[in-house]
Design a protein around this ligand. Structure first.
Ligand code: ADP
Length: 156
């Protein structure tokens, strides 16, 4: 069974993340969506809220699991028997950060392959921070995020 992990902040999850997850489930037998819990990073949503939004958005997908990781994701991948780590690439500026992350992960464990999926052509502008900025300025983002994200913003 080929397992891949898809690590990220998902703060909040967007349709861009969802598109990557759906496509990854066609390439791997199981995809574990891993929410990063980094104590030195400031998140917009609590870990519980981020997890709830991810779980709700993925409830109709069969070969997906959701989990939390506090340490190095590459070590988490090894522990879970995963062969790959999925990342999404949107614009050229993503490349620099993703490449240094990949190089560091290769240094730690070269058995875990980082697999990049290019963003859907209509979603290349989409990031969690873009969504947050739009919501704060009353832009209708209902076509860009799952319904549960809109509800969490309303409850905030
Ligand atoms: P991180 O804080 O680890 O960058 P994110 O939740 O922002 O976590 O993103 C997780 C992964 O999803 C990253 O590889 C990011 O480039 C990718 N990603 C984010 N938004 C999109 C999108 N709209 N299309 C494709 N990939 C995306």
């Amino acid at each position: 069974m080929k397992i891949a992990i898809y690590p990220g902040s998902f703060d909040p999850i967007t349709n861009g993340h969802l598109d990557i997850i759906k496509r990854a489930t066609k390439l791997f037998d199981k995809v574990i969506v891993v929410l990063a819990k980094n104590s030195s990073k400031k998140y917009r949503f609590s870990l519980e809220d981020r997890k709830e939004m991810v779980e709700d958005s993925l409830k109709d997908l069969k070969n997906v699991e959701v989990d939390i990781c506090e340490g190095l994701t590459v070590e988490y991948a090894k522990k879970k028997g995963a062969v790959a780590m999925i990342r999404g690439l949107r614009v050229v500026s993503d490349f620099e950060y993703e490449w240094s992350l990949t190089a560091a992960n290769q240094f730690i464990n070269s058995d875990i392959e980082t697999v990049f999926l290019m963003a859907h052509r209509d979603l290349t502008f989409l990031s969690s921070s873009t969504i947050d900025e739009m919501v704060r300025n009353n832009v209708d983002v209902s076509s860009l995020v799952p319904q549960v994200v809109l509800e969490k913003y309303k409850a905030k």
